[in-house]
Every structure is written in C-alpha cells, then in structure tokens.
Design a protein around this ligand. Structure first.
Ligand SMILES: [Zn+2]
Length: 258
C-alpha cells in the first residue's frame, strides 16, 4: 500500500474536502477478474495490471489538466467457461450491466457525462453493455479500453498467447515480482484450438471449455518472460491510455467526431 498523500484523481484515496471542490469530467472504472493464471501468477493478476496501468495513466492526464477520477476496481469478471476451476469467481454479463447502470445513474445525477471502463480481462466484453447503456443514459458518453491492447506486442514479445502468457508474466514480473513463482514452476501454456475453417480464420467464435483447452490454465508460453519486456510494454500502454483519457476528458463529444 502506498504511503504517499491522497491522490485527487484516485477516489478510493481522496476525501470529501477535495471532491466537493473538484469538477470531475470523466470517471474511469477499472474492471478485472479473479481467476487462475497458469501455476505461477496470482488469481488477481488482471486486477493488479489494470490498477497499475490506470493509476499511472490517470496521473499523466491529471497533471496535464484533465479532471479525471478513477473509481475503485471491480475485481470479478466473466468466467462462464471456467466454472470447474477452483475459486475462479464468475460475474455474469447481466450482473455487469446492472452495476454499470447503477454507476451511470450516479454519474447522470451529478453531471459527470463521461465514463471509461478500463478492462483487464479478455472475456469481459463491454460492447453490448455500452450499447444498452446508451439507450438509458444517452447523456453519458461511455467507452471501453482494453489496456492490454493499447500498444503493439510486436518487437517486445516472442510467444503468442492471451492468458498468463509471455506478456502477462513479464508485466507481473515488473509490477509485483514477489507474487510471481519461478518460471520453472509454470506450465507451458499449450492450448487446443477448435478445428474448423471459420474459427481458424477468425470469422466464427465459440466459448472455449477452459479445462479441455489447457492443462495448466494458461494460454501462451511464459518461459521467455522478463521484467524488462514488461516495463517496455507498460510504458507504451500507459502513455497511449494517458493520451486517450486526456482527449476524451477535455474534448466535447462533438469535437471528438471529425
Ligand atoms: Zn489475465
């Protein structure tokens, strides 16, 4: 836990004295998951990553003058394909929509007209939820950011993957090295894939039955991970997301359209 003074852009740390006099324009809701990440990474991997990235991106945006506030993290994500993995905690998309409606109701009453959902988990899909929110809260501009897609992995990582892979392991080695087991304790993250043309070419999709797809719960080989690779990827994602927050916060919706 940080011992520095309260940061005015982190709601969990700041206070009424600051909040009552600050005209926040953009709220950011970080959203993660609680799930197994191969043998070597913690269950809250997605939460550590999303929180690390958003706190730093919000700092940059705030110091440039954007009135942004980061709400406390929602720690559970959609894990409907992993109900046979012990203590993988599922939150249904319909529950996520209910939470988002409650948050938008508050923002609407308080004239905070922009919300960014900062997503840290691949199976959280906020697009259909944002479409539904737009019907009930047309006055609020809602967007979703997948932080892990906010920079290119090319030239940094060698192995493909999307769960506890080289990228996620490298990032965790950089931000919470004390929570990462030695790589020789990790599985190789090998996965089975659905064998049909539509799946191979990416124009068909089905949920993967996780424990049939991977032996170690990972997807992607983590053995080439290093803290330095994680640092480079984090710097790029944080910088890109900081620019995004600043732009969304300071421009009107009309000005965002060119
Ligand atoms: Zn993850």
């Amino acid at each position: 836990m940080s011992t520095s003074p309260p940061r005015p852009y982190i709601l969990a740390e700041t206070n009424w004295k600051t909040v009552k006099d600050t005209e926040y324009k953009l709220a950011v809701l970080p959203w993660g998951a609680t799930e197994a990440h191969n043998y070597h990474l913690p269950y809250a991997t997605d939460n550590y990553q999303a929180e690390y990235v958003i706190e730093r991106a919000a700092k940059v945006a705030w110091e440039k003058g954007a009135k942004v506030v980061v709400l406390p993290m929602i720690p559970f994500g959609v894990n409907t394909g992993q109900m046979d993995v012990k203590l993988c905690i599922n939150m249904l998309p319909s529950t996520q929509l209910a939470i988002l409606k409650d948050v938008c109701e508050v923002l609407s009453r308080q004239n905070i007209s922009k919300l960014v959902i900062l997503n840290g988990h691949g199976a959280n899909n906020f697009v259909p939820l944002i479409r539904e929110l737009a019907l009930f809260y047309p006055e609020i501009f809602v967007s979703a950011v997948n932080w892990f897609k906010a920079a290119s992995k090319k030239g940094i990582f060698e192995e493909e993957g999307d769960h506890a892979d080289e990228m996620e392991t490298s990032v965790m080695m950089n931000i919470v090295p004390h929570l990462v087991l030695p790589l020789q304790e990790a599985g190789d993250g090998a996965t089975k894939k659905f064998d049909a043309k539509g799946f191979h070419e990416g124009w068909a999709w089905a949920q993967r039955p996780w424990t049939k797809v991977t032996k170690d719960t990972g997807s992607g080989n983590p053995y080439k991970s290093t803290a330095d690779k994680g640092k480079i990827f984090l710097e790029q994602t944080i910088s890109n997301i900081a620019d995004f927050l600043y732009t969304v916060c300071t421009k009107s919706v009309d000005d965002l359209l060119t």
